[in-house]
Write a new protein. Sequence first.
Length: 116
Amino acid sequence: MEEVKVDEIPLQALKDGSQSEGSFFLGSGTVEGSEYYFFVKETDRGMKRDKVNADYVYIIEDEDEEPRMEVYAGIPATAFGKFMFDDGVIGSEEDRTYSIIVPNGTVTNEFSIDFE
């Protein structure tokens, strides 16, 4: 399999209501026993919450980059696989991986939640 970047989605920050703290780009949680990362993306109709299965996500901290998610699809490294990919057939969810790029210091083990 060969991985090819098929999409790049800018991530929007959410404010937690605190005046002294910043904002966050990702949330995480469990839905029916599976772990997910939740995020907000901009669409033609406005902001929309979405999620991806955490099993397929890599988080990358980068000082100089805007928060975004890069979507990669695995395609067979054969002529037929490349033909199908060029035709817009990207494959199943299990054939995709996600790189979520966030500013340095975004990933933390310390939490302070303000429910304002």
